[in-house]
Design a protein. Structure first.
Length: 292
């Protein structure tokens, strides 16, 4: 019988099996188990996310802070207006996130509605232990974000780059990731649009140091680690899909019940007017499953 490589034991923590409190349409869903693991392993003093949108990734990090009882200060930076990649949107995205965020994480987390460059002025140099870059995805934009925020990184800093596996349109994160991964100990997950993990600081704690050195020192373990987190991420994605399907079914059943009741009342002469709609409502609207 195969036995587990003892080096992989550090990845088997109960936290990676936690159910996210916020599930919303996002390619980041597949990386939430890794976000949980990383927060437990790194225990950052300050976490900053550049580009938050609906909050799938950011709220996962915040959930880990609360459940692990960490002392991390968290900051989400976004204008919540959109860009050429996400599309432009109105106030509703921010309002939904704020309603979920404030009662759960407001004691240690802030949503900063500003540009990335303006937000950088609010942080001292060498103070950020974990930086997640997920803003505009052109090569020039993500390179600017990294270099502009680099002085803010501590000696134990880890930087995450989302969408490293996307090579369509003018996405250029993959180009910057080639440069980053050649310069720092790093590891890339290929699922869910790709996530690059770079140990930028020289004093990265274990087991994060062990993880980012796997591609160079233990390459035989890399496919196993990638498959492990990909499979965990797929479970989160399936959870979201199943609840969306259940939501659509409930919409249909509600419509069917209203239609049957209306036709019965009309047949008995008790309701002469027509219903507001003769079609089932679409399952659109709020695409968020929060607080479950």
């Amino acid at each position: 019988m195969d036995t587990l490589d003892p080096e992989l034991a550090c990845l088997l923590t109960p936290m990676v099996l936690r159910r996210p409190e916020l599930l919303t349409t996002s390619t980041w869903l597949g990386h939430i188990p890794f976000a949980f693991w990383l927060m437990e392993a790194l225990q950052p003093r300050v976490f900053v996310e550049l580009g938050t949108y609906a909050g799938a990734s950011y709220c996962a990090f915040c959930q880990a802070v609360r459940e692990l009882q960490l002392t991390t200060s968290c900051f989400a930076v976004d204008t919540w207006q959109g860009d050429e990649h996400t599309g432009y949107y109105g106030q509703v995205v921010y309002n939904r996130l704020a309603r979920h965020h404030e009662p759960r994480y407001g004691s240690f987390s802030r949503l900063l509605r500003t540009t990335f460059d303006e937000a950088a002025l609010q942080f001292a140099d060498a103070g950020i232990d974990l930086l997640h870059i997920d803003g505009l995805h052109t090569y020039e934009a993500v390179r600017h974000d990294f270099t502009h925020w680099q002085p803010k990184l501590s000696d134990r800093a880890v930087v995450l780059f989302h969408d490293t596996a996307v090579r369509e349109r003018d996405y250029g994160v993959w180009r910057l990731w080639q440069e980053i991964s050649a310069a720092y100990p790093s590891l890339e997950f290929l699922h869910a649009s790709g996530l690059g993990v770079a140990a930028v600081g020289p004093a990265i704690p274990e087991p994060v140091r062990w993880l980012v050195e796997v591609p160079r020192r233990r390459p035989h373990l890399l496919p196993l680690i990638q498959a492990y987190f990909a499979r965990l991420g797929q479970a989160v994605e399936r959870d979201y899909d199943l609840h969306q399907q259940g939501r659509q079914l409930q919409h249909f059943l509600d419509w069917l019940g209203q239609t049957v009741r209306y036709r019965w009342l009309r047949h008995t002469g008790r309701l002469p007017q027509s219903p507001h709609s003769s079609r089932p409502p679409r399952a659109g609207g709020r695409q968020t499953l929060a607080g479950r």
